[in-house]
Design a protein around this ligand. Structure first.
Ligand code: UD1
Ligand code: MG
Length: 440
C-alpha cells in the first residue's frame, strides 16, 4: 500500500480514534440529561426493570457527522488548494466532494428521522419508508457521477438462455452480457436504503445487539474494503472502496465507545436513532462505493430476520409491540416470547386467517417456530415471535442475555466471512471475473 493510499486511512483512523474517545467521554456526562427530558426506557430483561437513558445513539451519530465535516479540509486539501500532482491519482479529488457531501446530507436527514422516532414513537408503517427520502441526495449524485444501472448476467445463465433461442445477429454480441435495469436500479438502491436502517432496528431488544451487529458489519465491510485496496486489479474499484473504508473506520470508532455503555448490563439504550443511522452509513457505503449488491450479502442475517418477520410485520400473524425475548425472573434467563393468537394486546378476541394457521403449522413442522396448543380442542393458542433472536432460543433453549447476544454476533460474523468468500471465490467462478482476480 503506497503513501497515497495510506493517507486517507490514517486520517480516518485518527478521526475514528477521536470519535471513540469523544463518545466515551461524553455519554456518561450527558445521559442523565436525556432522562430529564423524558428520553428513557425500561430494561425489560432485568429483575427490577431499571430506567435507562434512551436515544444515546444520537451522541455517536452527531460526533460521526462532525468528524465528517473535519475530514473535508484534510482529505480534499490537495484539490482545495489546487496542488497539482499529475502523476499521482489521489483518492479524494474535488469531484468526490459531491459524493461526500451527499453522504453528509443523507446521514443528517436520517439522524433527524431517528430522533423524531425516539421522541414520538412513530408507527411502524409510517416510518418504514422514510429512509428512502434521506437517500435521494445519494441517488442523485450516483446518477450524475456514475450512473451505471447494468447488472452482469452470469455466463452459465446466458449459455442456458442461448440454447433455447434461435441464434440471431443480436445473439452474437460479445461476452459479457449485461441487463440495463435503468430506473429499476435506482428503485433497488432506494430499497437498500430503506432496508439497511430498518433491518438493524428490528434485530434488537437484547443489550448490546444493535451496536454489536453494527461493529460486526463494520469488520466485515473493512475486510472487504481492505481486499480491494490491497489486491484490487483496477483503480476504479480501489477508489470506490476507499470512500467506504473511510466512513466505516469512523463508524467503528464511535460504535466501539457506544458498545462500552450498551453491552450487558446496559447503562444506556441506543434508540432507533442509532439503528437508522448505522444502517444508513452502510447503505451510503454500498451505494457510493458501487457495491450495493455485496452490501446486501453482508446483511444476510438481517435479511433472514426480515423475511422471517414478514408474517408479523404485514399483519398475517399478530405482532405485539415488543417481540424481544421474555425474561424469566426466577432463573434470570431469556425465553422465546410469544404472540397470542386468540386475544390481542387490548384484550379483544381475534381470529387469524386459515392460511396463517397452515403456515404456522408448516413452520412448526420445520422447527422454525414453537406453537402452544389448547389441551382441550387442540387449537393453536400462541406462537413464538418470528425473530432470529427468538429462533435461536427455540433451538438452543433459554440463555442469559449476554450469552444470547454473543451467540447472535458470532453467527453474524461467521455468515459475514462466508459472504466474503462467496462474493470473491464462488462469485468469481460464476462470473469468470472479480475485481480482485480474473478466472480464465
Ligand atoms: C423493535 C422491534 C420490537 C423490539 C424492539 C426492541 C419489530 C417490528 N420491532 O421495535 O419487536 O421489541 O425493537 O428494541 O421487530 N429494550 C430493552 N433492552 C434492550 C433494548 C431495548 O429492554 O436491550 C426495550 C426498552 O424498553 C426500550 C425499548 O426496548 O425502551 C426500545 O424499543 P424501540 O426501539 O422503541 O422498539 P422498535 O424499534 O419500535
Ligand atoms: Mg428500536
Amino acid at each position: 500500500m503506497d503513501a497515497n493510499t495510506g493517507f486517507p486511512l490514517i486520517v480516518s483512523t485518527i478521526s475514528g480514534a477521536i470519535g471513540y474517545l469523544a463518545t466515551l467521554w461524553l455519554i456518561p456526562r450527558v445521559s442523565q440529561q436525556f432522562v430529564k427530558i423524558g428520553l428513557f426506557g425500561k430494561d425489560l430483561s432485568k429483575r427490577d426493570k431499571p430506567i435507562i437513558p434512551e436515544t444515546i445513539g444520537a451522541i455517536p451519530a452527531t460526533i460521526f457527522i462532525l468528524m465528517m465535516f473535519c475530514d473535508i479540509p484534510i482529505l480534499f486539501y490537495k484539490d482545495l488548494l489546487s496542488i497539482k500532482e499529475p502523476a499521482v491519482v489521489h483518492f479524494f479529488p474535488h469531484r468526490k466532494l459531491c459524493e461526500f457531501l451527499s453522504a453528509v446530507l443523507c446521514l443528517e436527514s436520517i439522524l433527524l428521522l431517528g430522533i423524531a422516532d425516539d421522541l414520538f414513537d412513530l408507527r411502524w408503517r409510517h416510518k418504514f419508508f422514510l429512509p428512502a427520502f434521506a437517500a435521494i441526495p445519494l441517488l442523485v449524485v450516483y446518477y450524475v457521477d456514475f450512473g451505471v444501472t447494468t447488472v452482469t448476467i452470469p455466463p452459465f445463465i446466458y449459455k442456458i438462455f442461448s440454447t433455447f433461442k434461435p441464434t440471431t445477429s443480436a445473439m452474437i454480441t460479445p461476452f459479457p452480457q449485461f441487463i440495463d435495469l435503468k430506473w429499476g436500479y435506482y428503485a433497488y438502491m432506494g430499497c437498500v436504503s430503506i432496508f439497511c436502517p430498518n433491518s438493524i432496528n428490528i434485530l434488537a431488544g437484547v443489550n448490546g445487539l444493535e451496536v454489536g451487529q453494527t461493529i460486526v458489519l463494520c469488520i466485515i465491510f473493512l475486510i472487504n474494503d481492505g481486499l480491494f485496496l490491497i489486491n484490487g486489479i483496477n483503480e476504479a474499484s480501489k477508489h470506490s472502496h476507499m470512500m467506504s473504508a473511510v466512513l466505516i473506520i469512523q463508524l467503528l470508532g464511535v460504535s466501539l465507545a457506544l458498545y462500552h455503555y450498551n453491552k450487558f448490563p446496559a447503562k444506556v439504550f441506543v434508540g432507533d436513532t442509532f439503528c437508522y443511522f448505522a444502517g444508513m452509513v452502510f447503505a451510503c457505503c454500498g451505494i457510493l462505493g458501487h457495491f450495493s449488491k455485496t452490501t446486501l450479502l453482508f446483511f444476510l442475517p438481517q435479511i433472514f430476520n426480515f423475511i422471517y418477520s414478514v408474517p408479523q410485520l404485514f399483519g398475517l400473524v399478530p405482532c405485539p409491540r415488543h417481540r424481544m425475548p421474555k425474561f424469566n425472573e426466577n432463573d434470570g434467563l431469556l425465553y422465546p416470547s410469544r404472540a397470542n393468537l386468540l386475544i390481542n394486546e387490548k384484550g379483544e378476541a381475534i381470529r387469524i386467517k386459515p392460511i396463517a394457521k397452515v403456515m404456522l403449522k408448516l413452520l412448526y413442522l420445520l422447527r422454525l417456530i414453537d406453537l402452544e396448543f389448547d389441551e382441550k380442542n387442540g387449537e393453536v393458542k400462541s406462537c413464538t415471535n418470528m425473530t432470529l433472536i427468538n429462533l435461536i432460543l427455540v433451538w438452543s433453549g433459554p440463555l442469559r442475555e449476554d450469552k444470547l447476544c454473543q451467540r447472535i454476533l458470532l453467527i453474524q460474523f461467521i455468515i459475514g466471512l462466508l459472504a466474503i468468500v462467496t462474493r470473491h471465490v464462488i462469485g468469481a467462478f460464476i462470473f469468470k471475473h472479480d475485481n480482485l482476480w480474473t478466472i480464465i
